[in-house]
Design a protein around this ligand. Sequence first.
Ligand SMILES: Nc1ncnc2c1ncn2[C@@H]1O[C@H](COP(=O)(O)OP(=O)(O)OP(=O)(O)O)[C@@H](O)[C@H]1O
Length: 306
Amino acid sequence: MSEFSLATVNLKKSFAEQKVLKGISLQVKRGEIMGLLGPNGAGKTTLIKIIIGILNPTAGQVKLFGSKQGRNISEDIKAKIGVVFEESNLYERLNAYDNLKLFAGINGVSLKRVNNLLAEFKLETAAKRAVKTYSKGMKKRLMICRALLADPELLILDEATGGLDPISAEIIRNKVLELKKQGKSILISTHYLEEADRLCDRVAFISLGNLIAVDKPAVFKDSLHKNFLELSFAYPASNNFELSERLKSFLKPGEEYQLEDESFKLWLIIDQTVLKRAVKLNEEFKLLNINRIEADLQDVFKQVNL
Ligand SMILES: Nc1ncnc2c1ncn2[C@@H]1O[C@H](COP(=O)(O)OP(=O)(O)OP(=O)(O)O)[C@@H](O)[C@H]1O
């Protein structure tokens, strides 16, 4: 059994003169949640379409569960993959139950599983209502149910969590984490960096068809060395010049301050001396607020896509 559910090897794709993928080699391990991040037009959807065999690559290879794929992906491999795209693939006039029943019939899946999925995704009470009356979040939950009918080993979500209400987003997130616990692999393409940070074991940054970097979110964030204590102190705006001079002499290189109406803020680098220095300031000024500021994936995204 291969360690990887999915591997692409130097995958390239051109549409006429436009080189959309320029040699992507990406691996998703079993039991791993991999995030695919990148600006609009980076090539994320094209990559996913090649992985599941909707598009053929111009060059390179896709390996699924250890086996090299040719032009057509075999039916038994297809059955191990569930995919959710941004656009709906549901029958709007049918209700949720009949939608799933239809696809369950095609895939030889039991009606018990249909009922279980509707319950897990909190769609039981609406199951007999036409899908056209559903909210965006409910439709998305149903699309995921559809993708999970055949209990796939690899679930691919392309922009599947965008613009959802918090309840639907939470149901989907919890389900993704549960699937991971069962040893399934999940590839998520998303613009929601906070979500990628919370969910993904590793994230891959794609820009202009190149794979820029792949690593754990924490490794990317740590690499930015953004780790500050943000302190706010009260200060009557009487002698700003004197205060500025005082703060300039206090701050280390890389630290900053900002004067506000009745207060000032400063950002101290978190190191072994930070608490001692914060206490010293607190003897001089009245402390209003204290926060820890760390890099997030938004900062990493900006850095990577410069
Ligand atoms: N069938 C096609 N024919 C021609 N060009 C295409 C085709 N499909 C995609 N492209 C182009 O390939 C580039 C990458 O598109 P893709 O949809 O893969 O990006 P993406 O990273 O998924 O973007 P987004 O985040 O906006 O969904 C875009 O410039 C797009 O116009």
